[in-house]
Design a protein around this ligand. Structure first.
Ligand SMILES: [Zn+2]
Ligand SMILES: [Zn+2]
Length: 293
């Protein structure tokens, strides 16, 4: 429930998106903060990077999401802005399974708050295939991506820089595969799920969950300076072993903090645990007798 004293109530929050992400972020920001998400006009977020066939590192995604959010300040007169970046691909060592990470950045340039929320997910239709011209499995692959409810990209396997977008029918896909495969150095076309939010309902759902997570976080104000976004910033390890009392890799306590003033508060583990099992302790595991001394 929106708190009427919250500094973002009735405020506009800028969003840099070309892919209708306001459908995902608008409702939770309205419900939890009473704020209105407004799409920044005339912004080309695609200049920040497009599909390259490689999965970017998480810190690259964080940096890009923050830069993207700040782009909203160029065309909107707002104090706050949001943006998101996602990356999907195969899960290592798990055949035929894929997953992704979504990063959402928030910037309040007036109060000096910059923060990100992250969500890992296995909910995705992400898949990719390579086809020769005339491969009869192309329509089957399109169907398994839930086309046409979900989008599909086709590109040369030797050059990912010009994906064919906006494919409307299975026949469009078949002829795009034909054409791109013939134009590719290795004679193969790459077919891949369109992960743009407005062409991927599953991704839109994940973004809605991430938007809720960020809005919930922003709803909490710093007890010291009143800035929005007070919450978990760190888990400190070193919970003492139940046998010998030495620190273990188990989380000892959690730290909540403010991104504006740096105020931080430690709180105990949510499960109330005050010691780690002896199995988590290297010395006790190697020398059980030591634990009884
Ligand atoms: Zn021990
Ligand atoms: Zn603070």
């Amino acid at each position: 429930m929106a708190n009427p004293a919250h500094p973002y109530t009735n405020q506009r929050i800028g969003l840099a998106t070309l892919h209708e992400k306001e459908r995902a972020f608008g409702p939770p920001f309205r419900r939890m903060l009473g704020a209105e998400v407004v799409v920044a006009p005339k912004i080309d977020t695609d200049t920040l990077g497009t599909f390259s066939g490689e999965i970017p590192r998480k810190d690259e995604l964080v940096e890009t999401a923050l830069l993207k959010a700040e782009m909203a300040f160029a065309t909107l007169d707002v104090d706050c802005a949001i943006a998101s970046e996602g990356s999907y691909g195969p899960i290592e060592n798990v055949p035929l399974r894929s997953g992704g990470v979504e990063i959402m950045a928030f910037v309040d340039r007036k109060r000096g708050v910059r923060m990100v929320e992250t969500m890992l997910t296995h909910r995705t239709n992400w898949r990719m295939w390579r086809f020769k011209p005339g491969d009869p499995l192309v329509p089957v692959a399109a169907k398994s991506l839930h086309f046409p409810d979900y989008g599909v990209f086709v590109m040369k396997n030797s050059d990912y820089s010009h994906p064919v977008k906006g494919l409307q029918t299975v026949d469009d896909i078949v002829s795009a595969v034909e054409r791109e495969a013939r134009g590719s150095d290795d004679g193969l076309a790459l077919m891949i799920a369109d992960m743009r939010a407005h062409r991927n309902p599953t991704r839109m759902k994940v973004l809605r969950a991430l938007g809720s997570k960020l809005a919930r976080r922003l709803a909490r104000l710093c007890p010291k300076c009143g800035a929005p976004g007070f919450g978990h910033i760190e888990s400190r390890r070193g919970l003492p072993c139940a046998g010998c009392g030495q620190p273990t890799h188990y989380v000892h306590f959690e730290i909540d903090g403010c991104h504006a003033c740096g105020h931080a508060v430690a709180r105990p583990r949510p499960d109330g645990r005050t010691t780690a099992p002896k199995l988590a302790c290297q010395p006790c595991r190697q020398d059980p007798a030591a634990a009884n001394r």
